[in-house]
Each structure stands twice: as C-alpha cells, then as structure tokens.
Design a protein around this ligand. Structure first.
Ligand SMILES: C[S@@+](CC[C@H](N)C(=O)[O-])C[C@H]1O[C@@H](n2cnc3c(N)ncnc32)[C@H](O)[C@@H]1O
Length: 251
C-alpha cells in the first residue's frame, strides 16, 4: 500500500480543517470534503439519505443494532477517558454517544467530532449545543490535522471502511495522540464459533456491510504500520462479537 501523507495535498487551518492547496494562485479555498466512494455506494441509505437519517439517529437504533451491548461498550470506551482531557471522535455516532462523551469529558476538556457527511455534522452539532466545549466538524477524518489529542475514540467506524482505508484510519489516528495518549477502538470482532448470533451477523455483513469481515480476519493492531511504537491492549465481550482495542503511545 502507498504511504498516506495527508499533509502533501492538504493545508491545515487554525480550526483543524484540511483544505486543498491551491499552489498556482497562492490562494486557499475552503472546500467541502468529498464523500468517499465506500460511504456513498454502501452506506448512503444509513448515513446520508435526508429521509432516513432523522429516523435512524436514535438511541434505540444503536442499542438494537448492537444487540443491547451499546451501554456496556460506551462505558468501556469512556473508562479510558478522564474528565478534562482533549478528545477526538472520528465519525459521528447515532443517539447520545456524542453528548454523553461531552458530558463525561466536561468543560475543562474538549471534544472534536469529525464527520465527512454534512447531514451528520448538522445532527451532531444540534446534539452538542448544550456543551460548548464539544464541536462537530465537517471533514474527512483522514485529513484532520488538529492535535495531538489525549484520547481518540473510534467507535464502530473501522468495520464500515475497506481494508486499505482501515490502514489509513488506524495510522492517521495513531499519529494524532500525545506520548502517553491513547487511541481507543471499539468495534466488531470475530465471534466464537458457537455464538448463536454468528450466522445472522455473517449474513448481515455479507449483504449490507461488505467491509466488516476485515475485522474477523485481522487484528486491529495489524492495520498499523508502526505498531511497535504503541502498547496494545485488547478485550472482547459478548462471545467475542465486540472488541475494545487500546493503543497507548510509548514514544
Ligand atoms: C461511525 S460510523 C457508524 C457508527 C455507528 N454504527 C452508529 O450507530 O452510528 C458512521 C459515520 O462515519 C462517517 N464516516 C465514514 N467515513 C468517514 C471518514 N473518512 N471521515 C469522517 N467520517 C466518516 C459517516 O459519515 C457516518 O456518519
């Protein structure tokens, strides 16, 4: 895979947005991020459709999709974050995950939620209104240059992107934490062979979520180029259907 170097084609603004360089004119134009093909082609109905988004952006939807494990998974993610820290969340999450994260971090800290779909940024911004230390930004998380952060929490994004993008996301997020800082990945994993939900999950993945089984075949750590610079911790829950992987930067 080619080395991914976002800074070669994008410039950073004070608020962390990446904007394409315009070297010929010397002028910089703020541009809308492009919707990646995997999102447009596979997940339009779930994350971009103006008709579906208001119906799906509900706590009950997330709880149902995650087989009632969402609260536990959210607690596992938040247990890695201290109040007052600087936190980034690459990609919106439906329901109250974003506002809950903002409450958990508190006004002494900050939260940046990055989403490439404008409709998702608008919903996240609405939900974050009571928490001025938390903001949603319209950008591709791969081009987000602000940081380093104390903690980055990547909640169910990886299974929705192709494997080559998983590499890019993991590498980019790892590069955006302080020494001692963490990237927390919460996502699907390969369930135990006897898991009663393995077959249905497999069918759903094969029909609706074609990139998800990349997390059945590979450890998240294996998507990282400089994995040895981080300390890796992994735990699974619910018969291994879900995993939390924490990469702590050592140098
Ligand atoms: C985090 S994932 C799914 C989370 C979870 N399944 C839920 O219930 O919301 C979905 C979000 O990722 C966003 N997304 C996908 N690729 C992205 C990227 N490269 N940068 C920023 N956001 C991205 C989509 O626009 C969508 O809002």
């Amino acid at each position: 895979m080619d080395d991914f170097n976002p800074s070669s084609t994008f410039a950073e603004t004070a608020d962390g947005f990446d904007i394409p360089d315009s070297p010929a004119s010397g002028r910089i134009d703020r541009a809308e991020p492009e919707i990646p093909a995997y999102l447009q082609d596979t997940y339009y109905w779930a994350y971009i459709s103006p008709r579906n988004v208001p119906l799906l952006d509900r706590e009950i939807v997330v709880r149902t999709i995650l087989w009632q494990q969402h609260n536990k998974l959210q607690r596992l993610a938040f247990s890695e974050i201290e109040p007052g820290q600087t936190v980034m969340q690459p990609a919106s999450v439906y329901g109250s995950f974003g506002p809950n994260l903002a409450k958990h971090v508190g006004p002494q800290g900050s939260v940046d939620i990055i989403d490439v779909a404008k409709i998702q940024v608008d919903s996240s911004s609405r939900k974050l209104q009571p928490y001025p230390w938390a903001n949603a930004h319209h950008a591709n998380c791969l081009h987000w240059q602000k940081g380093p952060y104390d903690v980055i929490v990547c909640y169910f994004l990886l299974h929705e992107v192709p494997d080559e993008v998983k590499h890019q996301v993991v590498d980019h997020l790892l590069s955006k934490v302080e020494v001692g800082g963490k990237v927390v990945f919460v996502d699907y994993a390969k369930p135990k062979w006897w898991h009663p939900l393995k077959l249905i999950t497999s069918i759903v993945f094969d029909t609706l979520e074609p990139f998800a089984k990349g997390l059945w075949r590979n450890e998240i750590r294996d998507f990282a180029k400089d994995a040895e610079r981080y300390n890796w911790r992994r735990e699974t829950i619910f018969g291994d259907l879900f995993q939390k992987v924490v990469a702590t930067r050592e140098s």
